[in-house]
Design a protein around this ligand. Structure first.
Ligand SMILES: Cc1ncc(COP(=O)(O)O)c(C=O)c1O
Length: 399
């Protein structure tokens, strides 16, 4: 992986050290060019026009769906790949689209981002029972707890692959197996894994996969929901572009992704996502994963060597499979927001601070003010990690 070549595609990196890719990633020049090209040369709506530029837009937008499906091993007619605004919308399409009955049961965990928790909690209004499995201090869940919860007639199990707060990876393959055995549908929130490692829906054996394009080099407004064929999900929206036929009393929904994308979609975001997936495929997801692993280990070892710094989630001794490049920590004597502000002021380092949209998890861990979170992506370097560590070392000595 030619990191210097990659960094040329992100000119913003000349001015700052960006370690907040778990929130949203940067967007490289070729992706920006693809978006601009759409606006400059062939802006038109999709699924409607017969003229030349409309056909180009239609073909590129459709092609982007195919690229997204192939990227996660869900191509070749295996399932349906729908473009949404973000992972949150994808999860809500499933939670709103399944026909729930009183007494149905959903299993999830306390590790989840609010976006994979609140849509299920809301179903309590429909008489649905929610079981929320609690993790240990590192964010690991016990598979026996999952098995026990799923055994009691769960209709759906919904978990994140990688925690956006602690970086811990959940054993989704094993959870997938439990779901098959128990006849539960399985949703994986891949917002923090699909951008960072190879992912195959067949290997994990999930029924639904949700992720956000803006966390993987694409523009804002590009989210994805993949679902296995045969799942009965009512579209969230009805209206233009999604019907095959309609009369005064009824309508027939189009087959394929169009049936779930009522109204004019964000075409430029979809085309930009297609370009972002090309970019990541050219670099290679195995390469992305091992680059991030190297930097994560360097960061974890460095943090663990600083007096007064505490790492939350699996530390440097944790197994490779167990964590991603999302690293949460605290500095004694400072609030997380203070640390983040000082890192920016002292060294132009962008990190996230606070509860990371995981208030229930932070309460469970007793972290009232949350954590500081550095998150790594393919464009980060060892020099940047060292700069973060040396700035933190100075800060910890001040306390
Ligand atoms: C694990 C996880 N799930 C869901 C989301 C929601 O993503 P979005 O804000 O793009 O909808 C995030 C965002 O940080 C996340 O980290």
């Amino acid at each position: 992986m030619d990191i210097e070549r990659i960094r040329e595609d992100f000119p913003i990196l000349r001015d700052l050290i960006y370690l907040d890719s778990a929130s949203t990633s940067l967007t490289p020049e070729p992706v920006l060019q693809a978006v601009l090209e759409y606006y400059r040369r062939y802006k038109s709506n999709v699924g409607r026009g017969v003229y030349r530029t409309a056909q180009i837009a239609d073909q590129r937008y459709r092609e982007a769906h195919r690229k997204a499906a192939n990227f996660i091993g869900g191509g070749g007619g295996e399932g349906l790949t729908i473009f949404t605004r973000n992972a949150t919308e994808s999860i809500n399409i499933v939670s709103r689209g399944l026909k729930w009955k009183k007494g149905d049961k959903i299993v999830t965990t306390l590790v989840e981002h609010h976006s994979n928790l609140l849509p299920w909690i809301r179903q309590r209004e429909a008489g649905v029972e929610i079981e929320i499995i609690k993790p240990d201090r590192e964010g690991r869940i016990d598979l026996a707890d999952m098995e026990r919860a799923a055994e009691k007639g769960a209709r759906l199990v919904s978990v994140s692959h990688v925690s956006n707060a602690l970086g811990v990876a959940l054993p989704v393959k094993e959870i997938g197996k439990i779901c098959r055995e128990q006849g539960a549908a399985f949703l994986v929130d891949g917002a923090q894994s699909v951008p960072h490692m190879p992912f195959d829906v067949k290997d994990i054996d999930c029924d639904f996969l949700c992720f956000s394009g803006h966390k993987m080099l694409a523009p804002m407004g590009a989210g994805v929901l993949w679902m296995r064929s045969g799942e009965e999900i009512e579209p969230l929206l009805t209206g233009g572009g999604m019907v095959q036929d309609a009369d005064e009393g009824s309508y027939e929904i189009k087959k394929g992704y169009e049936g779930y994308e009522a109204g004019t979609p964000d075409i430029s975001a979809g085309i930009g996502l297609g370009s972002a997936l090309d970019y990541l495929r050219n670099v290679g997801m195995d390469e992305v994963r091992s680059h991030e692993e190297r930097l994560t280990n360097r960061l974890l070892e460095g943090l663990e060597g600083i007096n007064g710094v505490h790492v939350y989630g699996p530390g440097a001794a944790g197994g490779k499979e167990e964590r991603s490049g999302v690293v949460s920590f605290g500095v004694e004597g400072f609030l997380p927001h203070e640390v983040a502000l000082m890192l920016d002021q002292a060294s132009g380092i962008c990190v996230r601070s606070g509860h990371h949209c995981c208030i229930p998890l932070m309460k469970h861990l007793g972290l009232k003010y949350g954590t500081v979170r550095a998150s790594i992506y393919l464009y980060n370097t060892a020099t940047e990690i060292d700069k973060l560590l040396s700035t933190l070392e100075k800060m910890a000595r001040m306390a």
